[in-house]
Design a protein around this ligand. Structure first.
Ligand SMILES: C[S@@+](CC[C@H](N)C(=O)[O-])C[C@H]1O[C@@H](n2cnc3c(N)ncnc32)[C@H](O)[C@@H]1O
Length: 212
């Protein structure tokens, strides 16, 4: 199966603009290009980009655009924040100089109650870097995004904070699903939120591929 290398994807994704005025409440921070490229590359290698690909909480559009560049057939990016969607659109145009947005669509909506139903025919792959709930004292806010993945997807790739493996595996097992891949990823996060005290904070994250 051919397509851009992971490195080529990552280089292209470095051109995407970050949130200009990120909302702490919505946990808006960029998924690092390297991680987005890794996920999209894995998804392509697994044949997971052949149906619909849905990026829940698309933000800057990073994961949706990564999937599109990796050759996804149809991609939908969903976010509650209209400004994030405007940024995602601009980012998509930045990548696709013809401005066609390729297979990308942007939808405003709540990922917890997604404004779409699975296509009758065809598989859905969810890619998501959900809010972790870390700033709201709401540990496992990512559970709601997993719930959406469970309800609409046959496969999902989700990013969680460090120490989530037991939670994700038990959630998947309860749903009769399998965690087929797990890997760690480092998130350098710029210090733009008041609660951060260092110039840059590195968040350890974990990525899981689940077959639902
Ligand atoms: C960690 S950021 C994801 C960043 C994105 N992958 C990127 O690289 O730009 C979480 C995103 O989820 C969005 N979000 C938070 N709660 C949401 C909800 N209930 N429904 C849809 N989007 C939501 C935020 O606006 C934010 O863009």
């Amino acid at each position: 199966m051919s397509g851009p290398s992971r490195r080529t994807l990552a280089r292209a994704l470095e051109a995407l603009a970050d949130f200009a005025d990120p909302s702490p409440a919505l946990e808006q921070y960029l998924t690092p290009p390297e991680i987005a490229a890794h996920i999209a590359h894995q998804a392509r290698m697994q044949g997971d980009l052949e149906g619909w690909t849905v990026d829940l909480g698309t933000g800057t559009g990073m994961l949706a655009i990564a999937a599109s560049l990796a050759g996804a057939e149809s991609v939908v990016g969903i976010d509650v924040d209209p400004e994030a969607l405007a940024l995602a659109r601009t980012n998509a145009a930045r990548i696709d100089e013809a401005g066609s947005d390729g297979p990308l669509e942007w939808v405003r909506g709540d990922a917890v109650e997604p404004p779409l139903s699975p296509p009758v025919d065809g598989d859905v792959t969810v890619l998501s870097n959900p809010p972790f709930g870390a700033q709201r004292g709401n540990r496992h806010a990512d559970r709601e995004f997993l719930e959406t993945a469970r309800s609409i997807a046959s496969v999902s790739y989700t990013i969680h904070n460090e120490g989530s493996q037991a939670f994700v595996e038990s959630y998947a097992a309860d749903a009769g699903a399998d965690v087929t891949h797990a890997f760690r990823a480092e998130f350098p996060i710029a210090n733009r939120f008041e609660f951060h005290t260092e110039a840059e904070t590195t968040l350890e994250a974990e990525v899981f591929r689940i077959e639902w």
